[in-house]
Design a protein around this ligand. Structure first.
Ligand SMILES: [Zn+2]
Ligand SMILES: [Zn+2]
Length: 176
């Protein structure tokens, strides 16, 4: 959803508060596409602090389904986001992107709510997702989920935790 900013930019000190629905149903990134299984509306506050500067605050909660790094079971992962941004509308679009170091959620005088939330989700993206701390992962030979029992493959020896950490790193590389 796009929020029009031209009106608030005309009035120093003006504040706008509203609940805005998050429209996207998934998070697409270079890691893949992840379904949003639950979402609250974004409670958005925009304040014109004068001199064509805006303060943007937002609170939103999303639950994203992310596969476990070891066994690939989907893990509902909660993002409790508190967004805080300062924008100088006098800047050119190009300078703003450089400053924020992220894709732009403002186009001319419109705020793209999904883009704002999306950026924040990526910032908060967990380095590691496990269905449980001691997830046993999947058998490298038959693909069986070893949390649900053993398979009949020959295993040389159990992976020690250090090895498990290394194999997590390798599986991350494969995803990128
Ligand atoms: Zn797992
Ligand atoms: Zn197996």
């Amino acid at each position: 959803m796009l929020i029009q900013l031209s009106d608030i930019l005309l009035h120093d000190g003006k504040q706008l508060q509203q609940e805005v629905p998050v429209e996207m149903d998934s998070i697409k990134s270079r890691l893949g596409e992840f379904k949003i299984v639950e979402k609250s509306p974004l409670v958005l506050t925009i304040t014109n602090v004068g001199d064509q500067k805006l303060e943007i605050e937002g609170v939103v909660r999303l639950t994203v389904s992310i596969p476990c790094d070891r066994c690939l079971e989907e893990v509902p992962t909660v993002f409790d986001l508190r967004i805080q941004r300062k924008l100088d509308m006098k800047q050119s679009e190009e300078d703003r992107i450089k400053d924020l170091d992220e894709s732009n959620f403002i186009t001319q005088t419109e705020l793209d709510v999904d883009q704002l939330v999306y950026n924040e989700v990526l910032i908060e993206w967990p380095l590691k997702v496990l269905c449980k701390e001691d997830c046993k992962g999947i058998c490298s030979q038959c693909g069986a989920n070893l949390n649900f029992g053993t398979c009949s493959c020959e295993h040389e020896e159990r992976l020690d935790p250090r090895m498990a950490a290394i194999s997590d790193i390798f599986s991350k590389f494969k995803e990128v």
